[in-house]
Design a protein around this ligand. Structure first.
Ligand code: BES
Ligand code: MN
Ligand code: ZN
Length: 507
């Protein structure tokens, strides 16, 4: 794992394998970012011209290696683009995270590197540390030959001695490590990650960090009448689980519940997905991974807030014991659902988990799910949709996403679409009209949340898994989408005054 440290030494005097500097786009052309002064000096004032000759423009994503000048003790210099130059004041946290991520990726195979990037504030140090830890991520456990290069060993952030940088680095390391844990789970193939193995991981990690973990196995789920989770899981040789992982704090004034869709593999079931759509479905537990990672991070950060995570784990498979289109399930809490499409399984496991989570009377509830292809069509690969029964709470979620560097967008829950889910035989059907499918899924979930409880639904079907080339600190594969937003919400709740303990607004 990549270590992050801070140092106040001047860049040119450090004995490291590499020194990273930032360059930005300014109206006058290429500009060196604060932090690079020392290195620039060693190039006798020719550095900007040299980088321009090599084709650098300062755009985000650029990375160019240069031989280090003889007067420094570094092996090489790595220049990374920061985007538009900032004249005064700190660089935007997300620009710093991405630049550090680009650097960390370019530095794979390197031992130690110093980041001589703009790090004038505590927030900037935290952003560089997080971008570095996330950018250094690789998933190599399944390769038998070491053809990929090892992640950079250590990143030394160069900053001035003012301020409490150690706490910022620790925060970034905790968030980065837990987010990377979510990525690992998403990337893990479904032959190794199934409900039972996933819940065993939650138990062991929970124990390490002093969290309370309860696992309902298939017998307990049947005894408890969790018809949605049992129904979706009954076609698989790997039986389902419902996992509760709780962080409690003596000074907590707010209780948040996070619910994650944990379909460890989604074949579609009897409504089988065709080739071309089923290879990518190990990712369908990304919501549960995000919830798990966020709760562990909140616990490790010791935030004064109570957070309960619910992981609805099942494998959606076709078999002689699988649910059939037309079957009616009796959900936890007693409502009935006609399963018209067994591939609309996420909402079935989530409905049970939402009803159960609400019984603890949290102040607000947030679910995260790779729920619909429709949301991916609507918002693309990088943005998740946020639906809510409470506009004030939805804005809080969007704000937490923006602050923490995630892209999110509000989506409506138009009541008339609910008529598309009418069933001839049961209280509601699990699928209906195709148009607006992401919103219909949100409306279905809303039926299982008490009307007086603030609830938000995050459909991460697009951003949970990155199929293109890496960019910034985002690798191929599992991205850890929504982890930072959930942690951000917990941070908000931890710092809100007691009289505003209701996490949402009043409708
Ligand atoms: N897990 C899928 C949604 C999905 C698709 C996530 C692509 C990520 C990438 C979900 O279970 C599903 O199959 N949804 C159906 C619902 C439909 C049958 C009502 C969909 O979106 O097509
Ligand atoms: Mn499905
Ligand atoms: Zn699914």
């Amino acid at each position: 794992m990549t270590a992050v440290t801070v140092s106040t030494s001047p860049a040119a005097s450090l004995r490291t394998d590499a020194v990273v500097i930032g360059v930005a786009k300014s109206p006058k052309g290429l500009a060196l970012a604060p932090g690079a002064e020392d290195v620039a000096m060693a190039y006798d004032g020719n550095l900007v011209e040299l980088l321009g000759t090599l084709g650098m423009t300062g755009a985000e994503g650029e990375a160019i290696k240069l031989p280090a000048p003889a007067s420094t003790k570094a092996g090489f210099i790595l220049a990374v683009g920061l985007g538009d130059a900032v004249d005064d004041g700190p660089y935007d946290a997300e620009a710093l995270r991405r630049a550090a991520g680009v650097a960390a990726r370019a530095l794979s195979g390197t031992g130690t590197a110093a980041l001589a990037l703009p790090a004038q504030t505590i927030d900037a140090v935290e952003a560089l540390a997080l971008g570095g830890v996330l950018g250094a991520y690789t998933f190599s456990g399944y390769r038998t030959s070491a053809d990929g290069r090892a992640p950079v060993g250590e990143l030394v952030i160069l900053t001035d001695p003012e301020g409490r940088t150690a706490a910022a680095v620790t925060r970034a390391e905790v968030i980065g490590q837990e987010l990377n844990r979510a990525r690992d789970l998403v990337n893990m193939p479904a032959n190794d990650l199934y409900p039972e193995s996933f819940s065993a991981t939650v138990q062991s990690v929970g124990q390490t960090y002093g969290l309370q973990v309860e696992v309902l196995d298939e017998t307990a789920l049947a005894d408890g009448s969790f018809g949605g989770i049992i129904g979706v899981g009954q076609g698989s040789a790997n039986p389902p689980r419902l996992v509760r992982i709780a962080h409690t704090h003596p000074e907590a004034r707010t209780h948040l519940a996070f619910v994650g869709k944990g379909i460890t593999y989604d074949s579609g079931g009897i409504s089988l997905k065709p080739v071309g759509f089923n290879e990518i479905m190990k990712r369908d537990m990304s919501g549960a991974a995000a919830v798990f990672a966020a709760v562990v991070a909140v616990a490790r950060l010791g935030l004064p807030v109570n957070v309960t995570g619910w992981l609805a784990l099942a494998e959606n498979m076709p078999s002689g014991s699988a649910i059939r289109p037309g079957d009616v399930l009796r959900m936890y809490g007693g409502r009935t659902v006609e399963v018209l499409n067994t591939d609309a399984e996420g909402r079935l496991v989530l409905a049970d988990a939402l009803v159960r989570a609400s019984e603890d009377n949290p102040d607000a509830i947030v679910d995260v799910a790779t729920l619909t292809a429709a949301m991916k069509m609507a918002l693309g690969h990088r943005i998740f949709g946020v639906m809510s029964n409470d506009d004030t709470f939805r804005d809080r979620v969007l704000d937490a996403a923006r602050r923490t560097g995630e892209e999110a967008w509000p989506m409506p829950l138009p009541a008339q679409l609910l008529t598309g889910l009418a069933s001839q035989v049961a209280d509601i059907a699990n699928s209906g009209e195709r148009m607006g499918g992401g919103l219909a899924a949100g409306l279905f979930l809303q039926e299982f949340v008490p009307t007086n409880l603030s609830w938000a639904h995050l459909d991460v079907a697009g951003p949970a898994f990155h199929e293109g080339s890496p960019y910034g600190y985002t690798p191929r594969g599992g991205t850890g989408s929504a982890v930072r937003t959930l942690i951000g919400l917990a941070q908000d709740a931890a710092h809100r005054p007691p009289h505003a303990a209701d996490a949402g607004g009043h409708r």
